[in-house]
Design a protein around this ligand. Structure first.
Ligand SMILES: [Zn+2]
Length: 186
């Protein structure tokens, strides 16, 4: 692993865009975190994927990537975005995962009732434009109607990436948000 370091220094300077007057926007969450930290037990985990698993999936709040696979904290790398697509940044994570972070199996997980998959890019643009009042004609949403076709395309792209060796297993799956069942498609 060469001379890579995994412990970046925390930011020390106050970020410029924090307001001078404290707001209460995040107080409930910070209070919850204070409770969490009180009983927090250091895990001693390294940041490598202990179970050798990397999951690419949608940002949908109905998906629990670890629990649905019987995994725990520390077991897997999780990369999420709208639709669970293998984007350029997702590929960066996969390359780091398989080469430096112990990943040997990659699951690309689409899901049923995905808002991104069930709308066209034009429909998403129109909805965002209506909600924001801002011209969304130049905004990109990587949406494609045919979920299976894009799953196939994404699995193929990962398998073909020269940084992802042949020993790495890559599968395409669909998660059913109504039953909790994960089905392998590719
Ligand atoms: Zn989705």
């Amino acid at each position: 692993m060469g001379n890579l370091t995994w412990d970046a220094a925390p930011p020390t300077a106050r970020l410029r865009y924090l307001p001078d007057v404290p707001d209460t926007d995040f107080d409930d969450l910070l209070a919850a975190n204070a409770e969490y930290a009180e009983t927090f037990v250091p895990t001693g985990l390294s940041g490598r994927a202990r179970a050798g698993v990397l999951i690419v999936t949608c940002m949908d709040s109905r998906i629990e990537p670890l629990r649905m696979l019987g995994l725990d904290l520390g077991d897997a790398k999780i990369l999420r975005n709208p639709g669970g697509r293998v984007t350029e940044h997702t590929m960066e994570g996969i390359i780091l995962g398989v080469n430096l972070l112990n990943v040997s199996r990659v699951l690309i997980v689409e899901h049923t009732k995905c808002a991104v998959a069930s709308n066209t890019e034009e429909e998403l643009r129109a909805a965002v434009e209506e909600a924001s009042g801002v011209d969304a004609s130049g905004q990109h949403f990587p949406s494609v109607g045919d979920q299976y076709a894009r799953l196939e395309q994404d699995v193929a792209a990962v398998r073909a990436n020269p940084f992802v060796g042949g020993a790495v297993r890559v599968g395409g799956f669909v998660y059913d948000v109504d039953t909790g069942r994960l089905d392998r498609k590719i």
